[in-house]
Design a protein around this ligand. Structure first.
Ligand code: MG
Length: 449
């Protein structure tokens, strides 16, 4: 078996510890021989972006494959470029998404713009440790710099929503890009939709990230106060590579990804009935709202490629993750931060202000805990928790989900970090908290014994 390089979202590691230019070069050669033809590449704004991009590109070019350098772009903008340009056989995005600044990563994109399948990743894994012969000198291609991919993406997003209705509404929004990949595209999107934007951390030359780039309530305190202080209709925040997006209401409430997934599901289902696909970690809020809106929910393992592929197979009308990564089939089968902004604006303009829509949603309480856990211990912790739950109703779609009458606990190892995650949800806040505590304590006891 080749060494497993790819986690849930590409290859990630700490720069110059496990994510080195040597590794990037070898992976680049493997990507070149596996994907072939012409490949597009782009990065987020991390200081290590050029180091990894040039090493990967060098590897790709050394095997006779042409590289199109799209510059700094959101991950979904690269995916859209690959999907729309028939001369491009695939793509590579250099990003570690929401991970802290010491990380970077390599994510591969298939010819149809979706995230590379596990089979493609396995081929790359198998080849990266081999000695791959270089192409003859006269078949080495250059690196071609391509401008305008960001605007092409923004215009496509605008074409998928009722842009006239949004433009007429004259909304005001605060936008926080965490100094990440959407620094140019998301302000441009808002400008083209006649949304007055007050920007925060939208400087790609600024310190990366402007704050830790996981868009959580804690990391978005400045955005929350700015949204309220400026009387904006909403606040908008991306993670580092802008495949995800979360919102803030005009009265300063953080809208978790579950809630925006539920709201947009309801809006999509009001126009077309069908299936909504989401991972097993999503709140029961999504299932409840989908059911009330005349749709059906299908649950998958965690990981957006799994959700996207299931959406393709089932012809689902919508899908996405509880972290704000929403997938719109009319645009493309991947998480799309700009599309999420545009659709939420349309939903506000057509339905009601964000705060009043949020206040009408059923209330579930979710407690999330994460426990540091070495990768080689993850399997054992999972077994221990499964044994501790013997006799209970469980679901093993991903990790272990223990189902109670009034809620559930999901315990699963992270695919990208040495972390074990516990999610607990119930309509009863105390029950959610005590169950999260119980499973967190069990996992810690096992790890410390
Ligand atoms: Mg991301």
């Amino acid at each position: 078996m080749p060494e497993r390089l790819f986690g849930t979202n590409g290859i990630r590691g700490v720069i110059n510890a496990d994510m080195t230019s040597d590794l990037a070069l070898r992976v680049g050669k493997a990507i070149g021989v596996v994907m072939g033809g012409t490949l597009a590449i782009a990065t987020d704004t991390r200081t290590s972006a050029d180091m990894i991009k040039t090493a990967v590109s060098s590897g790709i070019m050394s095997v006779g494959v042409k590289v199109l350098d799209l510059g700094v772009l959101p991950t979904p903008a690269v995916q859209y470029y690959v999907k729309m340009h028939d001369n491009v056989n695939g793509g590579v995005m250099i990003t570690a998404s929401h991970n802290p600044p010491q990380f970077n990563g390599i994510k591969c994109i298939s010819a149809d713009g979706t995230e590379a399948s596990r089979e493609e990743e396995q081929l790359i894994e198998a080849r990266h440790s081999e000695e791959i012969p270089c192409a003859p000198w006269d078949s080495v291609e250059g690196m071609h710099r391509i401008g305008g991919a960001g605007e092409e993406y923004v215009d496509a997003v605008i074409s998928k929503v009722d842009s006239e209705a949004i433009k007429k509404a004259g909304l005001k929004a605060c936008l926080d890009c965490a100094n990440g990949a959407a620094c140019e595209t998301s302000p441009l999107l808002l400008k083209k939709l006649n949304v007055r934007a007050i920007t925060l951390n939208c400087n790609p030359q600024g310190e990366f990230p402007g704050h830790l780039s996981e868009p959580t309530e804690e990391n978005l305190k400045d955005l929350i106060s700015l949204t309220q202080a400026t009387g904006s209709d909403l606040g908008i925040a991306h993670d580092g590579d802008a495949d995800r997006c979360v919102f803030i209401t005009s009265d300063g409430k953080f809208v978790s990804g579950d809630k925006s997934l539920a709201l947009i599901s309801k809006y999509v289902l009001s126009k077309e009935k069908g299936l909504v696909v989401t991972p097993i970690s999503s709140s029961s809020l999504v299932g409840e709202v989908v059911r009330e809106s005349g749709g059906k929910t299908e649950y998958t393992a965690v990981g957006s490629p799994v959700v996207a592929r299931r959406m393709i197979e089932t012809g689902a009308v919508f899908g996405g993750e509880e972290n704000g990564g929403l997938i719109f089939p009319e645009m493309q089968y991947c998480r799309d931060g700009a599309m999420t902004i545009a659709k939420m604006l349309e939903c506000i303009v057509k339905e009601a202000p964000l705060n009043s829509q949020i206040s009408k949603l059923p209330v579930y309480h979710t407690v999330k805990a994460k426990i540091e856990c070495p990768d080689d211990m993850k399997k054992h912790v999972l077994e221990y928790l499964a044994n501790a739950s013997a006799g209970a109703k469980t679901d093993s779609t991903d990790g272990i989900k223990i189902i109670f009458d009034d809620g559930w606990v999901l315990a699963r190892p992270s695919g990208t970090e040495p972390i074990f995650r516990i999610y607990s949800e119930s309509k009863d806040e105390e029950a959610a908290r005590s169950r999260a505590d119980k499973y967190e304590t069990l996992a810690r006891e096992y790890l410390n014994h």
